[in-house]
Ligand binder design. Structure first.
Ligand code: HEM
Length: 134
């Protein structure tokens, strides 16, 4: 049961990681996208929220099965802070883009999508460090 719980959390977390990183890249290439900017923004909001929920669920699963949270060293803690910061920033920016983007210039849209792609890539780099230093 424990392995199944971790696998299900990881399943959501992995697909969320793909969505938060790939969707902004798709949005930056409108000629290739058959999906609208607003739909992509909605998808990214949901994906960042799922990343946060599934990230917390990793901790809750450990708490449930072992009674404690994983003991992280300084490097792993720093990587986790990077990931959490990216997730909070990504959720806030994508929510703003979804709510107010209709009134923004094309330049502001472009900048937002670039920032969101950067936040996704930075969080993925943090995930690699967290994985091997925890
Ligand atoms: C609140 C935010 C987040 C929390 C609390 C969190 C937490 C975690 C935890 C506890 C793990 C398991 C670590 C391990 O392998 O031992 C993990 C794995 C992972 N996370 Fe996150 N995460 C968050 C956000 C993100 C984001 C935004 C991304 C990518 C865009 C991401 C990508 C990954 C990936 C790819 C793994 C699997 C690493 C591997 O096993 O190779 N996470 N995360």
């Amino acid at each position: 049961m424990e392995n199944l719980a971790y696998a299900l959390v990881q399943l959501v977390h992995n697909f969320g990681a793909v969505a938060v990183t790939a969707a902004p890249i798709v949005a930056l290439r409108p000629a290739d996208a058959s999906i609208g900017d607003r739909t992509l923004a909605g998808l990214v909001v949901v994906a960042w929220a799922l990343q946060i929920a599934s990230g917390i669920s990793f901790g809750l699963t450990s708490l449930h099965y072992y009674g404690v949270l994983p003991d992280l060293g300084a490097t792993a803690q720093a990587a986790l802070v990077v990931k959490v910061s990216c997730a909070v920033g990504g959720l806030a920016l994508s929510a703003l883009l979804l709510a107010r983007g209709a009134r923004w210039s094309a330049r502001a849209h472009d900048r937002s999508w670039r920032t969101l792609a950067g936040l996704g890539a930075t969080a993925l780099a943090g995930a690699a460090v967290l994985r091997w230093f925890s």
